[in-house]
Write a protein that binds this ligand. Sequence first.
Ligand SMILES: Cc1cc2nc3c(=O)[nH]c(=O)nc-3n(C[C@H](O)[C@H](O)[C@H](O)COP(=O)(O)OP(=O)(O)OC[C@H]3O[C@@H](n4cnc5c(N)ncnc54)[C@H](O)[C@@H]3O)c2cc1C
Length: 358
Amino acid sequence: MAPREVLVYGAGMSGMVAAYNLAVEGHEVLVRDQEPSYGGSSAFNPSLHTTPLDVAKTSDYVGIDLTDVFVPVSSLALYFHDYEVPAPVAMSYHVERSSRPQSLDTLLYNKCLEAGVKFEFDSQLRAEDVAKLEPGTIIACGLNKPAYDYLNLPCVEWYAWMASGEAESDPYAWIWLDECINEYGYISFANGIYYNLLFAYGQEIPREGLERYRSFMHRVRGMEEDDWEYVHGAAPAASPDAPQLFRDGLIMCGTMSGSIDPFMGFGISGALISGKVAAIAVTDREKALEEFERFNRNFARAYEFKRGLWAELRSRVDILEDLARILGPERTVMLLIEALRRWRKSSAIPGFSPLSCH
Ligand SMILES: Cc1cc2nc3c(=O)[nH]c(=O)nc-3n(C[C@H](O)[C@H](O)[C@H](O)COP(=O)(O)OP(=O)(O)OC[C@H]3O[C@@H](n4cnc5c(N)ncnc54)[C@H](O)[C@@H]3O)c2cc1C
């Protein structure tokens, strides 16, 4: 295949994985990003993200050794209100998104530079650019609402209270479920920082919601946090037919490919894998579609699970809490593991790892 010039919008995780893979194949790759530097959206730089991942298999698939930037989680607590269920941590990792040396972005950026990828920062995809883009341009603009609007991609806005700072601690995490949000609150510690996020899809989180979370943190974990910022963004509106690799000749990559929701915590692995699939799509449309289908083959079922059973239970956390109290933490963990084991067979969407690369 003759080398081509490829333009990528978005120097985030998926855009840089795509760019690197194309550059090592000999293509001339230019990556544009609206931020003044790499490291993803400045609103979340630095941030810690937590994900289940098969690091070795994902590294193999994306062609980049990711081992050094994924920090194994030491302990993970799942809270139904105040009731704690210790969750298994096998194959769970924290990863830093930022322009600091230990981040995933720095690793990907350096790999891209080594491979000859060119970057243009402060360079935004605007509404008026879209009609002029060459077919095969990769769109990897993440969770940024204007990009969805320009491309006419159905999206849902998400809202979050966010706090972060410096902290020396074991790399632990918790996930907190409560009716004030329809997703979760989570905190993670790694690389000398912590990152705390209270997060909901499609609904604002009033100050009282944040106060409930702060009260939980204080009561149960003895932690105070005063400095919160309210942020929001967009993600594809989840539906069984949301995953889409091509749109009007453009290649959709990462979050914008519609493959990442419907389930919590799986954005990192999905973005990495989707970057590789987008790179394949530049030269081999059929193969890329096959790969895209393979990784999305159970998206519809996962969607049904989330919108059906999980959303139903989530809206009444007291039921989950009662169940866990009755069963006790150990039996609850066994039940969760069994549910995951069964669901594992049917869930290999990008973004649901450690299974994504199997
Ligand atoms: C606050 C937060 C917490 C999260 N926590 C987790 C977690 O714990 N676990 C997990 O698995 N996933 C998590 N995710 C999801 C995960 O971060 C995303 O799925 C992942 O970053 C998606 O990668 P991406 O390549 O699609 O986008 P990104 O890595 O976000 O990259 C998008 C890039 O596009 C650029 N851009 C945007 N618009 C334009 C434009 N118009 N023109 C040019 N450039 C543009 C941005 O500046 C950015 O650099 C979280 C996301 C957020 C926002």
